[in-house]
Design a protein around this ligand. Sequence first.
Ligand code: NAP
Ligand code: GFB
Length: 318
Amino acid sequence: MATSKVILVTGGTGLVGKAIEKIVQSERRADEKWVFLSSKDGDLCDYNSTKKIFEKHRPSHVIHLAAMVGGLFHNMSHNLDFLRNNLHMNDNVLQISFETGVEKVVSCLSTCIFPDKTQYPIDETMVHNGPPHPSNFGYSYAKRLIDIQNKAYHEQHGCMFTSVVPCNVFGPFDNYNLESSHVVPGLIRKLHDLMEKGGETFTVLGTGKPLRQFIYSLDLARLFLWVLREYNEVEPIILSVDEKSEVSIKELAEEIANAYDFKGKIVFDTSMADGQYKKTASNAKLRKYLPDFEFTAFPAAISESVQWYKENYKNARN
Ligand code: NAP
Ligand code: GFB
């Protein structure tokens, strides 16, 4: 069958992009051509570079993952960069998708962008109900604007531009750089390096008390394919594990220690920030569409992620 869809994945070399690439290997349809971009293909903060990419690939569909992404500490020290870089990338990708007649764009928000003062569980209707947590206001406002832009393109031009709201994501091909990483890759990298040196004290930042929902990147990738093919609301949809799957940072650290068979001590550096205490999100809207979707069990997902790092740490994004 001739290719009738060209699906352009911006941010295709990142944690989520690599997971989608893996799932597409087995779930690609005959009429689909998939293109996975990295920043080497062009700087999406630049309108002309972005236009050149779209003119080259002429996508019918776009999964827009590219972003300046980072953990709590990187956000706290670079809120302006997170704001500007993501505003530029998002405006270029959405405007050029409109200019070139892309049929559908699926962009990415995050459960960390919701109002800091809110009731729980968070749901899709609450995105703009108040200021985000101060630690990542730059990233949060840039991401919230995607939702506003999607609605504006739909209202004025009828564009099918929508967005998903993942909870915290982890898995193979993550960013393990200790300055900018999220907690899961940060702790995997730290424990890996500690055990290489025969260390016995595993230091976790903060109190370990904050609560998080963690989704395995391969599960998120499967959900992305479903959203691309079947979800046709402009309103965002939360892609998160169930509320009952929420764990504390302490429980996460213990899970990573188990995966490494680490027998030493886990200590908490309470001089470091905790960030948001919780951002518990409801996946009821997703469950309405996919009541039987099964998430990978957290211990197995952590174990697979640790195994990947053990086998690939020399070439990982350290
Ligand atoms: P990531 O691993 O940091 O990957 C970011 C991707 O964006 C990379 O492919 C990177 O290219 C590309 N990129 C960055 N700046 C670019 C630029 N100026 N021009 C072109 N490409 C650029 O990010 P991720 O964790 O996969 O996140 C993917 C999406 O999910 C993001 O929109 C993020 O906001 C969202 N999200 C992530 C999480 C999470 O916990 N990770 C949670 C919720 C939502 P290079 O590889 O060439 O640098
Ligand atoms: O993944 P993370 O950095 O970001 O998790 P958030 C931060 C939590 O993990 C805090 C604790 O409670 C930290 O004190 N933590 C413990 C560590 N050890 C470490 C470590 O070695 N590295 C890191 N990074 N944290 C982010 C948002 O919030 O969520 C971003 O700031 C993004 O914008 C991301 O959306 C998904 O979950 O707190």
